[in-house]
Design a protein around this ligand. Sequence first.
Ligand code: DAK
Length: 257
Amino acid sequence: MSYEFILTRTEGRVGIVQLNRPKALNALNKGLMSELVEALTAFDADNEIGCMLITGNERAFAAGADIKEMATATPVTMLASSFLNYWAQIGQLGKPLIAAISGFALGGGCELAMACDMIVASESAKFGQPEINLGIIPGAGGTQRMTLAVGKALAMEMILNGRYLSAEEAAQFGLVNRVVPVETYFEDALSLAAEVAERAPVALRMAKEAINAVFEMPLQAGLNHERRLFNILFSTEDQKEGMDAFINKRKASWKGH
Ligand code: DAK
């Protein structure tokens, strides 16, 4: 499949999407977001794919929603627009999704990163929600997900005063999984994705769902949800395979059912 604003490829069981509007620092226009969701949805449905990876380029993951496209919008066109749905659709993908980030991850680009399950950041990565400089606020989850990730004090400073987080700070506050050299950030993220992609597929989905429930449910409801997902896994062949492989000291061969 060929796209206008993204590049896609696979490496083993990893489905890779590269945002590809380098001259606009990968600003997220409607076309790019629509293609991104289409490509990720296709990988999510493909049994040969175990994990997905999104990246940009060394200078920018994405510098936000496309300001030029958004400049003349009205509340009515915003309401009618399906733009926000793209972030929601990405948040609802079943398979693990990892972001490999270098350079700017701003506004909607930072919100896209936070909709991913793990983030590998290069030393040059910069995370920010600078919408205040445009007379708006984050609209695709930034006020919520950033506050959950880094806490109220820092989220207030970032969103009310446009403060960026360096990669090191992002790691310190738990926004990213690891910080690695610029030269290797993509390969490092790919090897993490490749490891995850080899794990039991149904258990991966359930683990992701259970962790994300933390943000939706009170503790007891989350514990009950986890227990139900845990019990369901005993109906899979992979559970029998995984435990048999352990007992017989061999490598498990996952079937994905
Ligand atoms: N949109 C469009 N073009 C952008 C862009 C953006 N967000 N960011 C950069 N560009 C373009 C620049 O216009 C420039 O294009 P030309 O002028 O060369 O044609 C090119 O990329 C290179 O940028 P600069 O020349 O500015 O490069 P610098 O290195 O000097 O500066 C920068 C890099 C990242 C600091 C700067 O470009 C910048 O501040 N960019 C804007 C960052 C920003 O404010 N991001 C937040 C955007 S608002 C919604 C939900 C969410 C959203 C919207 C709707 N719904 C619920 C419907 C999200 C909103 C946002 O993300």
